[in-house]
Design a protein around this ligand. Structure first.
Ligand SMILES: Nc1nc2c(ncn2[C@@H]2O[C@H](COP(=O)(O)OP(=O)(O)O)[C@@H](O)[C@H]2O)c(=O)[nH]1
Ligand SMILES: [Mg+2]
Length: 222
């Protein structure tokens, strides 16, 4: 009985997500759902990514956190549209739901955007269970979390379209071999595309920027 209730809530979530996806499809907007543990470097990656996209495409950002507008204010300096969702209004949930996105998506100027990046609330578990209407799920794993995390939290690596392995500038000090992380990701999802990044030094960003550009072009049928 309890399981049936859970199923209904999830399917309602997915229904709302599909409605959001339809709106974004009609507008030709490519939408990325960025998920990770807190502190993996999502906002720092955005701070490095946005300037490299400006002038090539119009970008909007949705920031998700339990509390504060700290991340939205980090993005506002680029003078692009940004919306902060704080889940303390919804019991402090650890993920963004489709309804939270649907309720705020029109706060972004949809007719003036090519790309929306959603920075989800952080952990490697809950966000994986909730569609929000994005085209692509991006999981960020940073070296400081330890190389075995894909094995411990497989679902998010199974459903994602690309994995960003961040903080590679710390590989030496953390004594982590990037091939170990690569191997662990491949054990869970052999097909998952991986990009090794440092949001500190900028290493790996050209590959990530190309991935975004290709997908935005494809979404627009170009
Ligand atoms: N050394 C290093 N630090 C990073 C890198 N990316 C992010 N950080 C740091 O990690 C911390 C958390 O970053 P933040 O972007 O706020 O993570 P978020 O919670 O996933 O948005 C900050 O102190 C960043 O400066 C990186 O590539 N290398
Ligand atoms: Mg952040």
């Amino acid at each position: 009985m309890e399981i049936k209730v859970g199923e209904k809530i999830l399917s309602k979530n997915d229904q709302i997500a599909l409605e959001t996806k339809k709106i974004l499809d009609e507008k030709g907007i490519f939408c990325i759902n960025m998920m990770s543990s807190p502190g993996s470097g999502k906002t720092t990656i955005l701070e490095k990514t946005i300037p490299q996209l400006m002038g090539k495409m119009r970008v909007g950002v949705i920031e998700g956190d339990v509390a504060t507008e700290i991340d939205a204010s980090r993005i506002e300096k680029f003078e692009i549209p940004v919306v902060q969702i704080t889940t303390d209004l919804f019991g402090g949930s650890c993920h963004l739901s489709a309804k939270m996105i649907a309720d705020r998506i029109n706060d972004l100027p949809l007719d003036e955007l090519d790309l929306i990046i959603v920075e989800n609330v952080g952990n490697l578990i809950c966000p994986a269970g909730f569609m929000i209407g994005a085209d692509a799920d991006v999981v960020v794993l940073s070296l400081t979390e330890g190389p075995e995390k894909p094995l411990k939290y497989p679902a998010i690596f199974q459903k994602s379209h690309i994995a960003l392995v961040n903080k590679i500038d710390l590989a030496e000090v953390l004594e982590i071999d990037l091939d170990t992380i690569k191997g662990n990701v491949e054990k869970i999802n052999p097909k998952l595309e991986k990009v090794f990044l440092s949001a500190r030094t900028g290493a790996g960003f050209s590959e990530w920027i190309h991935w975004i550009e290709d997908n935005v072009r494809t979404k627009k049928g170009l």
